[in-house]
Design a protein around this ligand. Structure first.
Ligand code: ADP
Length: 515
């Protein structure tokens, strides 16, 4: 058995859980997010029956650098696994399988012999490797990276983060060349430790965010590994998202259930929304908005700066996805609350927005840090325009709420243009999807139904679905579709001429941010 740090981590947590009684089945999803880790139990109806959560410490050792302690991630994740069993009285004999979903791109490098990380986890938000990416672009590799990986070269992805650790940790490069180091994204780090070092693997969706993975061949790309300077021997084995990833060590769960589902957070959410058909889209309205469109079994490369990733790999086939995001979404609501003091809580914005019939031509474009897809302009800065004597608090709040829907509209239209699919309806989740006004306005703008998921976010559910499918807990995708619950459906009701006028005004406002 390979060496891991599980024994010391378990020593600090204090042992495993006793067996429960009944044979009713559950699936446990581990949701290893950026700011917290959770363990969630789902029953056969896809209902969440219990959850435990621990927050994570973010480390900022230099401006622009973001790190986390990999041992903290592991130990808090295990603590959640144990706590959720105690809390619910549902113990490991009734937990049929375990699914993992995780913050993507974040990497850990560890010593193959001791299992100890040689450096902190470098988090996806970390910008320290921007110069390394610039160098790759200057050396003319942008097109190759795009063709093979579907990604636009960026420090956000894992590849240059691994390279940085090899270049900057004393002795790391020699160890890597001698095959003495292992690396992986957070799913891989958890799998390795939860299986006591028996399995060093990742899934296709996580691999597709590293900038080292050939999304057509579904394997690491040797040429890219050489170009970036990451020895292939460090990398985990790539597997479909539903299938075998070993068993959880009996130190943690006495009946050591199989880890049978693994996917990056956005792809797990796509699966949790049952976006199984080409053209199906989900949008998570959180701090930013994250949209993924299933484009079918052939990858589509964007003309609008969207990235292409492996969307769903549940064993039967691989579906690719176009991915786009809005940088400032829920954060705009935070801004009008904390900086402008227009509201006391995010929750009240919906009623305030609905208290006026429109913004009377006022628009708020929150280009605080530039504009993303489809405009891609890092020099753009925010504007509030169309202010008249009628502009008041309610109209400004409404303009802020509307900005989430307008920005999402622009990304979704880019996805339609790139893919040739028209979106039949939009699946929504995330904190800001609780806002009734935003959901209705989104449906009106897109002229399609917006379907909000029952759970405020479906990431953990997607991981559970993958693990449950792989182990026969659920029979097939059809069964998942029948049990997936919606909390609300928003039906469009806006006149076409109104829609066109509003959008024309929005695009004029966007144009002003570029001046
Ligand atoms: P994340 O996962 O990105 O941290 P969440 O999905 O928890 O985000 O959503 C939190 C964000 O949603 C915050 O930026 C907050 O301002 C916004 N938000 C929460 N509730 C509402 C609401 N009712 N209306 C509008 N925005 C909201």
């Amino acid at each position: 058995m390979a060496s891991t740090i599980l024994d010391s981590v378990m020593g600090s947590i204090g042992g495993s859980v006793p067996l429960g009684k009944s044979s009713q089945g559950y699936v446990m999803a581990l949701d290893a997010g950026t700011t917290s880790v959770r363990a969630v139990l789902f029953d056969e109806y896809g209902c969440r029956v219990a959850q435990a959560q621990r927050s994570l410490t973010m480390l900022y050792p230099h401006p622009g650098w973001v790190e986390q302690d990999p041992v903290e991630i592991l130990s808090r994740q295990i603590a959640c696994m144990i706590e959720v069993q105690f809390k619910s009285g549902i113990h490991s004999d009734r937990i049929k399988s375990v699914g993992i979903t995780n913050q993507r791109e974040t990497v850990v490098v560890w010593d193959r012999r001791t299992g100890q990380p040689i450096y902190n986890a470098i988090v996806w938000q970390c910008r320290r490797t921007a110069p390394l990416v610039e160098e790759l672009v200057e050396r003319g590799y942008a097109d190759l990276i795009r063709e093979r990986t579907g990604l636009v070269p960026d420090a956000y992805f894992s590849a240059t983060k691994i390279r940085w650790i090899l270049d900057n940790v004393e002795g790391a490069r020699e160890m890597a060349d001698a095959g003495a180091l292992m690396c992986g994204t957070i799913d891989t780090w958890l799998i390795y430790n939860l299986t006591h070092g028996l399995v060093h693997a990742t899934d296709y969706t996580n691999a597709s965010r590293t900038m080292l993975f050939d999304i057509k061949k579904l394997d690491w790309d040797d040429e890219l590994c050489n170009i970036v300077g990451v020895p292939r021997s460090m990398l985990p084995e790539c597997r479909p998202s539903a299938g075998g990833f070993g068993r959880v060590s009996s130190d943690i769960m006495t009946q050591h259930p199989p880890i049978a589902g693994v996917a990056g957070d956005q792809q797990a959410s796509l699966f949790g929304h049952c976006c199984f058909e080409p053209g199906n889209v989900k949008n998570t309205y959180g701090t930013g908005c994250f949209m993924l469109m299933n484009v079918g079994t052939e990858p589509i490369f964007s003309q609008n700066g969207l990235v292409t990733t492996v969307g769903i790999a549940d064993g039967t086939e691989v579906d690719y996805a176009l991915e786009g995001s809005v940088f400032q979404a829920g954060s705009t609501i935070q801004w009008i609350r904390d900086e402008l003091g227009l509201v006391e809580t995010a929750a009240e914005t919906s009623d305030i927005a609905r208290s006026v019939p429109n913004t009377d031509g006022c628009y708020l474009v929150p280009a605080f840090t530039g504009l993303g897809a489809p405009w891609w302009n890092s020099d753009a800065r925010g504007v509030v325009c169309g202010i008249t004597r009628a502009t008041n608090r309610a109209r400004l709040v409404r303009a802020a709420c509307e900005s989430l829907a307008y920005q999402s509209y622009d990304v979704l239209k880019a996805m339609e243009a790139d893919s040739g699919h028209s979106i039949p309806s939009l699946s929504a989740d995330g904190g800001a999807a609780r806002n009734e006004f935003i959901m209705q306005f989104q449906a009106d703008l897109l002229d399609i139904e917006v379907v909000r998921a029952e759970l405020s976010e479906t990431t953990a559910l997607g991981a559970a679905y993958l693990a449950g499918l792989a182990t026969g807990f659920w029979a097939d995708r059809e069964e998942l579709q029948t049990i997936t619950a919606h909390s609300a459906i928003y039906v469009p009701g806006m006149e076409q001429t109104t829609r066109e006028q509003l959008l024309a005004g929005w695009h004029e406002a966007v144009r002003r941010t570029l001046m």
